[in-house]
Ligand binder design. Sequence first.
Ligand code: ADP
Ligand code: MG
Length: 700
Amino acid sequence: MSLEKFFNPASVAVVGASQKKGKVGYELLINLVKAGYKGKIYPVNPNTPAIEALKCYPDLGSIGQIPELVIIIVPANIVPAVMQQCAKIGVKAVIIITAGFKEIGKEGKDLEQQVIQIARRANIRVIGPNCLGVIVPKNNLNASFGGDLPRPGGIGYISQSGALLAAILDMANAEGIGFSKLVSIGNKADINELDVIEALGEDSDTKVIAGYLESITNGSSFVAQAEQISHNKPILLIKAGGTAAGARAASSHTGSLVGSETAYECVFERAGIVRCESIRQQFDYAQAFANQPPPAGQSVAVITNAGGVGIMAADAIERQGLTFAKLTDETINKLASRLPPAANLYNPVDILGDALADRYEFSLDVVLDDPNVNTVLVLLTPQAVTEPAAAAKAIVRIAQQKPDKPVIACFLGAAKVADAVKILVEGKIPNYDSPESAVATIKVMAEYVRWRSRPKRVVKMFPVNRRKVENIVERHLRQGIREISESDSKEILEAYGFVTPNGAIATTSEQAANMADQIGYPVVLKIWSPDILHKSDVGGVRVGLDNRRAVMDAFDLMMYRIPQQLPQANILGVLVQEMCRKGKEVILGMHRDPHFGPLMMFGMGGTMVEVLKDVSFYLAPLTEEEAKQMLVDTKTYRILKGIRGEEGVDIEAIAEGLQRLSQLVTEFPEIKEIDINPYIVGPAGTVPVAVDARISVEKT
Ligand code: ADP
Ligand code: MG
């Protein structure tokens, strides 16, 4: 959707403009005027003929023109009436600054509803209410009461908190950081974060989209759209407050391991969004993305006039998992031809404490040409003879001549480097106050590039028996049963290509022994009750029973002890199950997030999952690469690969299990949670077995 009328309006009316200093209606009007807005400004206020030098109108109707953008600052209860006027004269874009809507409770919510109804009927798009406004530096448009107009630049900013935007503006203005657009979305009664992100995605002045969000309105379309937009420009978000989804449902291992942040982490990872922990960090990243090209790879070269700082940078590069560039002989020879003999010609290139600007200029020029280098980090400390400002100019000059690789600066100090930092920032070289934050920024850029160039997502579809699952799910929903029984769970998993152990429920010890005879020894006995979540916790699992006697004894003991322990539990009998070959136990799971959909889980399985918490999550549907990545993301992975001479297990088979489960939960939104734990896997070529499963369903 286009937000052109908000970003570049030919005329603006300010309804609720005021002549009293300190009132929002005054400050906003003055901001508009002060910023040098080129279009017509119409203040609207029935109680005054003029504000400052501007003629004031008693109402929108008496302007005689249709303002392209109307900013509303009147008290909340009057907003509907103003909206009616907008509808009447044909206004199409409105920013409602006024607070006192949804955020104050029921009464405000009703009022907001009323406003939005008027807007929908008249095709008016609304930003707000309860927001700070819109700022577009390039168009000299400061339709906000947030602060002074910042300089134009490549960062498009969107904020759900008006107050935070004010702080961001102040910080950015102090540091000379430029923006393409700043949008405060407030209660997002109409235009929401995704609309703005889409508009910024299409905006050629915006090189990077940054934002602060507290909630996401429409989970699934957010994921899909953000993923598209991320391919063209990076999205950097601060996300405050998690979801409550994890805390609520805990009828499975997966449910209890979902944290309040899990869904957002999955969404951000899937959509290539960079999550920022602080405004400082977000500015660090945003400046680099806005002003420098993305690096082609992970290798970094460092140029420094101080050995110690060079080592700090080198450490940070290693910690971040970036590559320390190995300079070619040609580069080293060229450096040797002009640098003093004491200089270190290998990465980090140490041009020594007495380096003047010329050494920076020369070495940056040479190092940028090295084919092994993807990014150059230039460090400077202000020593006795250092020329920070001249060095900054030289760096800007070279970076402009060779614009294909990112150049990042870290001029350490304060007063002595202040002028130099200004030169860098104006010359579009992002400067950082520590080697660590500079390197962290390089890492984020390199990761973004890696994400963007990952293979196209292809979700494999397995031939399955969907009908069978449909019948089982429907029957459970019809009967209002949430937890799917053992035998039905088995059928569901088998319909999707899982192998499950042979087994059946026995209600007498005699029956159990007969079943064991049929299955073949050894067998496993398990207490079976919809009310018992973790059977081994109550002594409800006995493995390795290898004769009739042992089976009957185990049966009697379970049926005697467990009802004593849990008198409320509805015990349906005892499951007699085939004993699986030895193997590693992993867990495959899914928890459906109400906003974002199925979150797949993989981890170390068995009865200790909740203690070890070695799990990873990813949003379904999974591709093969994503399924494998889920494995790699756990510590268990190293064990599964085989350590200390122990044979590894079939990694491919686990990844396939995850993809099959992903297909199941994608095709059946009624499935709320699944655990397969343990999924017992053996060496490559063997077939894993889904030994224990829990599936719960709910009407969608
Ligand atoms: P719960 O998770 O309710 O305690 P499980 O059925 O997962 O019950 O059994 C607990 C543990 O017992 C498993 O993690 C596994 O180590 C072992 N186990 C259970 N069934 C089998 C089986 N059929 N073959 C081999 N080991 C089993
Ligand atoms: Mg289990």
